[in-house]
Design a protein around this ligand. Sequence first.
Ligand SMILES: [Zn+2]
Length: 227
Amino acid sequence: MRIVFLGPPGAGKGTQAEALSKAKRLPHISSGNLLREVVESATTTGVKVREYIDKGLLVPDQIVVDIIRERILKNDCKNGFILDGFPRTLSQAKVLDETLKKIESRIDVVFYFSVSKESIVQRLSGRRICNSCGANYHIEYVPSSKDGVCDKCGGKLYQRTDDKLETVVERIKVYHEQTEDLVDYYKKNGILKEIESESKIETITKNILDTIKKASQKPGFINHGVV
Ligand SMILES: [Zn+2]
């Protein structure tokens, strides 16, 4: 089963992708995490990618496409994958389809997470990360017991550059401008499923699993061993 998670940053895609990844034993490929790995590698590509991320801008298609293509052609993606944060543009979606066609495959379901701008801002701008162990906190939903200090290791908590309020607002605007065509494209292909992401986490997970079950029963579905 090849799945795409679409939706603005902060819509809860990551949490759902993790749950689905466990339930269906499919690799969760987050383009954000992949890009961060590249940035940490401090290669020429890494330095370039960092400049875009720090400004809250999207990393250019060609760079992202190459990184993702390499990843989904790896062996652990043979039975499928969950793409989270990619594609972001229509041209990326087309390159993805072409790549999959070459291995006689295709995207089976696209989940589109809709969420209000206000709640995204609230979710993202409150996120804090421990600079020592990487634990995640949220100043409202998952606060540490002592302000700015990690409960697990006593490390200092920081805010990612791209989670700052101004950057978040810019990211959401850019996201909607870039994805309108993309949503239409998948809708026309008949594989788009909208997810109301303000519902409870468990309700959303169940909804996603039900949809996947139905999709796998559709005529023409290629069963690669995992559904
Ligand atoms: Zn820590």
